[in-house]
Write a protein that binds this ligand. Sequence first.
Ligand code: NAP
Length: 315
Amino acid sequence: MRPVVPFVSSASPDERQTWRAALPQALDGIAAVKPFEDLTEEERTAARVAIVANPDPANVAALPNLVWVQSLWAGVERLMSELPADGPQIVRLTDPQMAETMSEAVLAWTLYLHRAMPRYMAQQRQKIWQDHELKSPQERTVGVLGLGKLGAASALRMKANGFNVLGWSRSKKTIEGIVCRHGRDGLLEVLGQSDFIVLLMPLTDETRGLIGQDELSVCKKGASVINFARGPIIDTAALINALDNGPLDHAVLDVFDEEPLPPSSPLWDHDKVTVLPHITAPTGISTTSRIVADNIGRYFEDGTVPPAVDRERGY
Ligand code: NAP
């Protein structure tokens, strides 16, 4: 008999419905995917792996013999904070295509800033016909904070497009063509030298509020920030202050402290802010389902649990 894999989710009904249709199809022949609510007591006890998307932690706890959970999202900060440290291993979604998608987004929005699109759009609204000096990519520096799968791919793509690239990570790194820094001094150096600062790191205890007033104050005059990581990594009040009073020129934000961004947020109307609704690197339902099916299939075949989140490190 095929093993039963619980699907534990408190996402919106529409979203759950979509996954409930896609996952059983992808795992056909490997396992039977069953919503948590429909599990029998025996199935709860027997479950070794579950698929989770915004799960209620109490439901995960009600599966006492879980070895690991497969998240349907790339970011797992909520799971990390809500599941007990001695709970199941957490496997986040890693999609090889995502680095391609994300680096394309980094390129697109860096070029948006590099070619002064916000400025020309504002001029059009005021019917102003005026050109501004165009610098070459070689005269611009992109600082990429976070050199993991997404950050490294983005750094290399920026390099291939002619930009100088500085990178920053927790541990020391070597990436050909990229000047890599780490540590507090390294962060300040990257911030101080970059025209475009791209955030691509996970939200952890260490990175929450990492970019605040002190860090923004060392940025170059006229620098811009692109946050494609997680909202709380930047202190929003400090960001608005740096946009209003210098040194920052613009911020492209795809992620926020609260999502959807509440209508009352001053970011919506700020003329130096571009708001994106968390769209830079979405993972499609079919790709995700295939990755999840591969991971779970391998586990049932030979017991391999995919690389899990390091609880100590927080990512
Ligand atoms: P990853 O492979 O785990 O890489 C994370 C990088 O961040 C690593 O280079 C790591 O340093 C660095 N880092 C972690 N903590 C740090 C700290 N305290 N100080 C300095 N550097 C630190 O993650 P990834 O797959 O590239 O994804 C990065 C993040 O992108 C995700 O966590 C998620 O928040 C975000 N994301 C956003 C979207 C979107 O649509 N906006 C989509 C997918 C992902 P080491 O190399 O030294 O470990």
